[in-house]
Design a protein around this ligand. Structure first.
Ligand code: IPD
Ligand code: CA
Ligand code: CA
Length: 277
């Protein structure tokens, strides 16, 4: 018996309907940083989710991306990303979701719900009970080799000039069937959980991006660590999630890329331009 899922799913579904209302209409966009967007929909969704969680579990703490901070010493804490994929949303690109994760005081993730309102897909997991998509059990893929894998990654919208991920994107693209960059880290993790992706990695994510998705991957039979294989923690700022089978191979590839070994050089645009004339 799951303890939290039906009620959290109902909250996520309600927030999803609210987001779709904004998605269909005119949106006011603001900037949190140079290219870090926030919309009235992010705030309205967080308000709704927080009100519902507080009403049902007043003893729990809540951390929401758009500013909610309550119950710092509580035994359980909800991490809420009221709209993961804001840049997509603001541009009318239908790849975004709501992500809600429940974490124990000792940082163990207890439950996670991730709802994609554009496809009406509800991903849910409670520790020790498996993961589901619209009520049906889901499992990670069985792909055995990186060379036969499709993966996802993402790039941050703040301090992006300091992020080395373009090198990883380049090298892993050349060593696999391809790397997608869809713009919603939470959905990327859900896609690993249900076997659409064989793996996903990203630098500098926050707990509200990863709490629900990391549990989904684990409960679907996959593995989630830091880039060197060390245990994943919500404050790790590195996440590598795979079907488990290709995990060690990716860690080895990451080691090589970090060490600058065996890298395919990036083709020069200057040389390319010369070859055109
Ligand atoms: C972002 C998305 C994106 C990832 C960024 C996140 P937001 O979250 O998950 O895929 O690359 O690092 O910040 O801002 O849309 O909630
Ligand atoms: Ca996010
Ligand atoms: Ca967000």
């Amino acid at each position: 018996m799951t303890q939290y899922l039906p009620e959290v799913e109902a909250i996520a579904r309600e927030a999803g309907a609210l987001l779709m209302g904004y998605f269909a209409g005119h949106l006011t966009i603001e900037y949190k940083g140079d290219v870090d967007l926030v919309t009235e929909a992010d705030r309205a969704s967080e308000k709704l989710i927080v009100e519902r969680l507080r009403a049902r579990w007043p003893e729990h703490g809540i951390v929401g991306e758009e500013g909610t901070r309550s119950g710092p010493g509580a035994d359980y804490r909800w991490y809420v990303d009221p709209l993961d994929g804001t840049t997509n949303f603001a541009h009318g690109y239908p790849v975004f979701c709501i992500s809600i994760g429940l974490v124990r005081k000792d940082e163990q993730i207890e439950a996670g719900v991730l709802y994609d309102p554009t496809r009406d897909e509800m991903f849910s997991a409670e520790r020790g009970q498996g993961a589901t998509l619209n009520g049906r059990p889901i499992h990670v893929s069985k792909t055995k080799k990186l060379a036969e894998s499709i993966l996802g990654t993402g790039f941050p919208s703040h301090k992006r000039h300091k992020n080395p991920n373009i090198h990883f994107y380049h090298q892993i693209t050349l060593r696999s069937h391809g790397v997608r960059r869809a713009g919603s880290a939470a959905l990327d993790l859900a896609n690993v959980a249900c076997g659409r992706y064989d793996g996903f990695w990203e630098f500098n994510l926050n707990p509200w991006d990863t709490a629900a998705g990391a549990l989904l991957v684990q409960e679907a039979g996959g593995r989630v660590t830091r880039f060197d294989g060390a245990p994943f923690r919500l404050d790790s700022r590195e996440v590598l999630a795979t079907n488990g089978v290709i995990h060690q191979e990716l860690i080895t590839n990451f080691e090589e890329i970090f060490a600058g070994r065996g890298l395919e050089p990036l083709p020069s645009p200057v040389e390319y331009a010369k070859s055109r004339s």
